[in-house]
Design a protein around this ligand. Structure first.
Ligand code: NAD
Ligand code: DAU
Length: 369
């Protein structure tokens, strides 16, 4: 039985991970620490809130006194750090909070875990730790920067982040590496490609485009739309993190990806086609959209993202050959299932789009046209 601190567990990937853990490791206790920023949503966890093995704690990973107190209250075996500001466009508008949460927050967690787990020192002065403890940092493929037309990111590709978001994630990733080296701190780092699936906040490409098609709103494609991302279903990301957490060699970095490169424009076309098809079939009678108006004409090309990375592609050889992890979804089935999830969870979409979302959308997109 393990007690696992999951930070950022009310967000997109974190909430999927909390549910994955509670379903697959039924004896483990999950403590979910989340600040409930605009991206955190307890609705994502409604299915598990009564589970006796699940505890929610509201708090900020960058609040040292609070984090230290939490480590005194619980004997954590594992820490999985998802908590972050995660949206590139927001990091271009307001980088400061990215530095605070993503870098300082990570350092505070690292130190709290190191203090809680340290048992003494070895002959050379390095800390020694309790057995079977581990800190896992959920990093991103964006730390590697951008690729040209060919090549893939491996775990040894140099770290060359291009946006304030990816620079903050790279800084956190390097701090974790440094703790592994300087303090022999037991850690793993995972670097995953773009996720899609249920509960993703509709500021990100796939849920934003699905929501706009349903609302017959313009579909804002940045620049020429030929930027390439490597898509992985969120449930496969969760199983990949779990595999590294329980079986990864200490102090190793593992890429996670599904070999599934798509240009943004292809994604938008797939969404147009599949939302229209499902509504035409009458699968969602409560959705009153006039589906005859769903067409390519909704697409508009808008001003490009500043410093926009052209292509990402993950080489997943290490995790597949060394740990035997494989993605379970093909993109073709995953995207249709995801579109169905959004069509059948219009209440969830309406709830997350209330609050500050409309203001964000107007501010972000009115200036891009
Ligand atoms: P998200 O924005 O949906 O969720 C982030 C969560 O962190 C939210 O619940 C938010 O309330 C919480 N949070 C933010 N600041 C906090 C703070 N100071 N203290 C405590 N909680 C805080 O993000 P996501 O898409 O689920 O990404 C989760 C992690 O995975 C991030 O670290 C991100 O960098 C990484 N990642 C994301 C992707 C992707 O495609 N989405 C891919 C690779 C890696
Ligand atoms: O690669 C992993 C990263 O993937 C994660 O680390 C980030 O947390 C996550 O947000 C994601 O970053 P991206 O910038 O790749 O995701 P986003 O959904 O914002 O954009 C995907 C692509 O779509 C990107 O090339 C920009 C483009 N785009 C995005 C939006 C929101 C558009 O063309 N129009 C849009 O309105």
């Amino acid at each position: 039985m393990k007690t696992i601190l999951v930070t950022g567990g009310a967000g997109f990937i974190g909430s999927n991970f909390v549910k994955y853990q509670l379903n697959t490791h039924t004896d483990d206790i999950i403590v979910n620490l989340d600040a409930l920023t605009y991206a955190g949503n307890l609705e994502n966890l409604a299915d598990v809130e009564e589970n006796p093995n699940y505890v929610f704690v509201k708090g900020d990973i960058a609040d040292k006194a609070f984090v230290d107190a939490l480590f005194s209250e619980y004997n954590f075996d594992y820490v999985v750090n998802f908590a972050a500001e995660s949206h590139v466009d927001r990091s271009i508008e307001n980088p400061e909070i990215f530095v605070k949460t993503n870098i300082l927050g990570t350092q505070i967690l690292l130190n709290a875990a190191k203090n809680a787990w340290q048992t003494g020192k070895d002959d050379l002065g390095y800390p020694t730790y309790k057995e079977d403890v581990k800190y896992l940092q959920v990093s991103t493929d964006e730390v590697y920067g951008a690729l040209g037309k060919t090549g893939m990111f491996t775990e040894t590709t140099p770290i060359t982040p291009n946006s304030p978001y990816s620079a903050s994630k790279a800084s956190a990733d390097l701090l974790v590496r440094a703790y592994g080296n300087t303090f022999k701190f037991p850690m793993n780092i995972t670097r995953c490609s773009n996720n899609y699936g249920p509960n993703q906040f509709p500021e990100k490409l796939i849920p934003l485009m699905i929501a706009n098609v349903i609302d017959l709103k313009e579909l804002p494609i940045y620049g020429d739309g030929m930027q390439v991302r490597d898509w992985l279903h969120v449930k496969d990301h969760c199983s990949g993190i779990d595999t590294v957490l329980r079986h990864g060699r200490l102090n190793e970095v593992y890429n996670i990806g599904g070999n599934n490169e798509k240009a943004n424009i292809q994604i938008v076309d797939l969404i147009i086609e599949n939302v229209k098809k499902r509504l035409e079939e009458g699968a969602y009678p409560d959705i009153k959209t006039d589906y005859t108006k769903i067409s390519d004409d909704l697409k508009i090309h808008v001003e490009d993202r500043l410093g926009h990375d052209r292509r990402y592609a993950i080489d997943n050889t290490k995790i597949t050959t060394e740990l035997g992890w494989e993605p379970s979804y093909t993109f073709e089935e995953g995207i249709v299932e995801t579109i169905d999830w959004y069509l059948s969870h219009q209440d969830w979409v309406a709830q997350v789009k209330s609050g500050g979302y409309q203001e964000y959308y107007e501010k972000m997109y009115s200036k891009k046209k």
